[in-house]
Ligand binder design. Structure first.
Ligand code: SF4
Ligand code: MG
Length: 324
């Protein structure tokens, strides 16, 4: 297994109290596999990824439990220096906002090239050639000329391609993409997502795709982990989820995807808001918003029930949900 996250716990200490951002999350990603991690903002999906990348464990965020095994190595036991090496060459992250992730005063060619100078000891000239090659790889037109341009001279979609190129540069085993297309308009979104999926197959990388939009993952993900209030509430192969969700929250997310045949109708939205992470409701944390909630849901926290060999649901009434 490429990556195994086991029972991860993360909290944030704030002036108002302790926010329980990640509460016992376990997931796995194999080489060549795409895991979509889905949830509303505040569900813990980004925080979990930041813990995996090793860019979280500093105040006020703190990992308070669990393990992160990458190629069999427990990352939480490594020194920062060893961690940094893995972050450079073993795993890479793509963020939503390329403009703030790229350096505005350095040309994209120099930013890409620097990866090869620093990590591979290449000459500036060879690094520049590699930069052009990468830009061509992510299909930036006229790469040989545009390599001298600065980030603001590219469109949003092209900038996101440059981010993908940066992430791919050292051919990492794992890429984490956090809402990589959220800031783009719909047609560009699809192009960037297709490119990412294509490169992932070609390089046989593991890919964690973090998104709040179930609509964008159908074609690219192998598995989906749905997060709510810092926990995984459903985990399943993508096909199973689309066929029939085994958790009311997943059902709500599916029902909120805009569909062409529903033009003019009001879009379904899950009622209410995600909980305050300093004060997570007892029992099932989703119960205040759940259309299927019963008394037991307010008192007994559901474990991740085994729905099948490859599927889990943290709902007492997963059977009813599947059949509903
Ligand atoms: Fe809804 Fe109860 Fe299932 Fe929670 S356990 S999702 S409240 S039915
Ligand atoms: Mg986020």
């Amino acid at each position: 297994m490429l990556l195994e996250v086991r029972e991860l716990q993360v909290e944030f200490r704030t002036q108002d109290g302790v926010a329980h951002a990640v509460n016992g999350v376990s997931y796995e990603v194999d080489a060549g596999e795409t895991l979509a991690v889905l949830g509303e903002s505040g569900s813990g999906k980004s925080v979990t990824a930041q813990a995996v990348m090793g860019i979280l464990d500093m105040p006020p965020g703190r990992i308070t439990g669990g393990q992160i095994l990458f190629q069999g190595q427990d990352l939480l036991k490594l020194r920062e220096e060893e961690r940094r090496k893995i972050r450079g060459a073993g795993m890479a992250m793509i963020f939503q906002d390329a403009l703030s992730a790229l350096n505005p005063v350095i040309s994209v060619g120099d930013q890409l090239g620097e990866m090869f100078v620093v990590h591979r000891g290449m000459s500036a000239r060879d690094a520049r050639a590699k930069a052009v090659e990468l830009m061509e790889r992510v299909r930036i037109p006229a790469a040989a000329q545009r390599v001298r341009d600065y980030p603001h001279q590219f469109s949003g979609g092209m900038r996101q391609r440059i981010m993908i190129a940066m992430a791919l540069a050292l051919e990492p085993a794992l890429i984490i993409a956090d809402e990589p297309t959220t800031a783009l308009d719909v047609t560009v979104q699809a192009q960037v997502m297709d490119l990412l999926a294509e490169l992932q197959r070609e390089y046989h990388m593991g890919l964690i795709l973090i998104t709040h939009d179930l609509g964008v993952v159908a074609d690219v993900a192998d598995r989906i982990a749905v997060m709510y209030a810092g926990k995984i509430v459903e985990s399943a192969p993508v096909r199973d989820i689309y066929k029939a969700p085994a958790h009311p929250y997943t059902r709500g997310l599916l029902d909120s995807i805009p569909r062409l045949d529903q033009k003019g109708q009001e879009l379904y939205a899950i009622k209410g808001l995600p909980p305050n992470l300093m004060d997570i409701p007892p029992g099932c944390s989703f119960h205040p918003r759940c259309p299927m909630a019963q008394d037991v849901c307010r008192t007994d926290e559901p474990p991740l029930y085994e729905v099948s060999d490859v599927r889990g649901s943290a709902c007492h009434f997963w059977r009813e949900c599947l059949n509903g």
